[in-house]
Design a protein around this ligand. Structure first.
Ligand code: FDA
Length: 509
């Protein structure tokens, strides 16, 4: 295929041809690489050796997206859709086959309707932009999505999306009330015209298997004028093992206004390595209410008034991202990720408290890596998460989970394959160690922490039902079957495919 063919096709499919050249970027375009790389969150996938798209399309209008879908299909090109570029395995901008990237950077308007507590958000908006625009209109509305502001609404909401308010309000996907999507025929559908099955599938099943999400209508949630945050650090000489062990018995049972997550890592204290656990919390209320709650449920932590900071909800968003107090809120509008180290991540769900000797095994592994490279984040469930049934959305990890663990390993990418492999092997060993302590049959995982180690389609993106169900049941449990049914209905020829896309029944071989 030549780029001219693609351009010609786009002009043919667009009513307004004058703008076409502004939205198509070929490798001959001097800005091509910077356009491709600007939102690649994981430098592991931006090296010159990685496959590059045939063209990048940056639509300004829905009809540009329709044309790009139609033309990729017509010319036999694969399609990748990118909103925030945070995919852990780079699936929004990588393919082994000739492919087009639709990058939604220009489709990111946000309209907040305070009166009805709703907002329409284009998929290319980041969650930082969403939070900023909500707070600009009202100090008493918020949205329960992720922590990192540069994450895109397109991928994040369609894969679930959780943050500090999940125990009170559930996931971002649980708070979507309408959506607009371009389907495989290039048609624009909203909730009513796509029907409840497809609308169900794109709220947790991953948008990329079903079409291009253009926008979401979300339900905003009430937040109090004052919230309280704290971060209390404890190391091994300060009883950290006991505290983590204890936390697992109570973190999912706390009052739903209270979210206390753990960040675990090896640190150096007076030149000696130890494990540090940070108890990192958002409370939807003031400190006067929080302290007695903590004293009752978790006196062992010894939380005192001096540990607590009161602020507005939007300031707590900055706090969770490590910005200093007094930082201007405009930083939420910055789309460029703050830190760009290569990383590999994995996830697990904990259903029974991990015993102390299990925790000690984790500490040993953490000591094997240099200080600061390896991090575990344990996010508590319970509250609203337990009230939503496993089949209400494709995201099935609800009642019965104490917490979600995310394992992360970071390194500097200098094109050194052996070095990268060393760290990837380390996280795989840790994951093996954790087998006895986490969910089983299937060993569950979180789609938004995408991990190709748990299974893939073939690299063409086609697969048998049996092969896809290996990774599919880990992310979706029994909902995998319904996702396959929906896929079979809306994209029977499997145009929207990648290494972890839902297959239709017909592609079985
Ligand atoms: P990206 O654009 O890479 O897309 C991810 C996937 O969705 C790809 O398969 C892509 O094709 C598809 N997609 C994107 N836009 C689409 C659209 N418009 N229509 C159809 N398909 C589309 N998660 C979480 O729950 N809570 C958190 O706090 C965080 N924090 C966090 C921090 C950092 C630094 C990273 C790198 C990631 C997270 N995440 C997270 C994980 C995050 O939710 C996950 O990576 C999302 O899929 C990212 O969505 P993006 O749109 O940014 O990614």
């Amino acid at each position: 295929q030549t780029h001219e063919n693609f351009l010609q096709c786009l002009s043919f499919h667009s009513s307004n041809t004058s703008s076409i050249s502004k939205l198509v970027h070929t490798p001959n375009d001097p800005s091509y690489l910077s356009r491709l790389n600007y939102s690649i969150q994981n430098p592991r996938f931006s090296s010159p050796f990685m496959p590059k798209p045939f063209v990048i399309v940056t639509p300004f209008h829905a009809y540009h997206v329709q044309a790009a879908v139609n033309c990729s299909k017509k010319l036999g090109l694969q399609l990748r859709v990118r909103s925030g570029g945070h995919d852990y395995e780079g699936l929004s901008y990588l393919s082994e086959f000739p492919f087009v990237v639709i990058d939604l950077i220009n489709l990111r308007s946000i309209n907040v309707d305070v009166k009805n507590s709703t907002a329409w958000i284009e998929a290319g908006a980041t969650i930082g932009e969403v939070y900023y625009r909500i707070a600009e209109k009202s100090p008493n509305l918020g949205f329960p999505a992720g922590i990192c502001p540069t994450v895109g609404a397109g991928g994040h909401f369609s894969g679930g999306g959780y943050g500090t308010m999940l125990r009170k309000y559930g996931l971002a996907a649980d708070n979507i009330i309408d959506a607009v999507l371009v389907d495989v025929e290039g048609k624009i559908l909203d909730r009513q015209s796509m029907g409840e099955d497809l609308f169900w599938a794109i709220r947790g099943g991953g948008g990329a298997s079903y079409g291009v999400v253009l926008s979401w209508k979300i339900r905003l949630v009430p937040v109090p004028s004052t919230v309280t945050v704290f971060t209390v650090d404890r190391n091994l000489t300060q009883n950290a093992t006991d505290l983590v062990h204890r936390w697992q018995y109570i973190a999912d049972k706390f009052h739903e206004d209270l979210f206390v997550r753990l960040v675990l890592q090896a640190v150096s204290v007076e030149r000696k390595k130890t494990i540090q656990v940070s108890f990192n919390s958002l409370f939807l209320g003031d400190a006067d209410r929080l302290i007695p709650l903590m004293q009752k449920s978790f006196p062992q932590l010894g939380l005192v008034r001096e540990n607590c900071l009161e602020m507005s909800w939007i300031e707590s968003v900055l706090y969770f991202n490590g910005f200093p107090s007094g930082q201007s809120l405009e930083v939420l509008l910055d789309r460029v990720p703050q830190n760009r180290l290569s990383f590999k991540a994995k996830s697990d769900f904990v259903k029974e408290p991990i015993p102390e000797n299990g925790l000690e095994g984790i500490w040993k592994r953490l000591y094997e890596e240099e200080v600061g490279r390896a991090i575990l984040i344990m996010s508590p469930y319970g509250g609203k998460m337990s009230e939503i049934s496993e089949s209400e959305s494709p995201f099935p990890h609800r009642a019965g989970n104490i917490c979600l663990i995310q394992y992360l390993i970071y390194w500097e990418e200098e094109g050194n394959v052996t070095e990268s492999q060393k760290h990837i092997n380390w996280i795989r060993r840790l994951y093996t160690d954790m087998t006895p302590y986490v969910s089983k049959n299937p060993r569950a995982a979180y789609l938004n922490y995408r991990d190709l180690d748990i299974g893939t389609n073939n690299n063409k993106g086609t697969t048998s039902y049996a092969r896809a169900s290996i990774w599919g049941t880990k992310y979706f449990k029994n909902n995998f079957n319904r996702l396959v049914h929906v896929k079979t209905m809306v994209d029977p020829t499997n145009f929207f495919k990648n290494q972890q896309s839902i297959p239709p029944f017909s592609s079985a071989w």
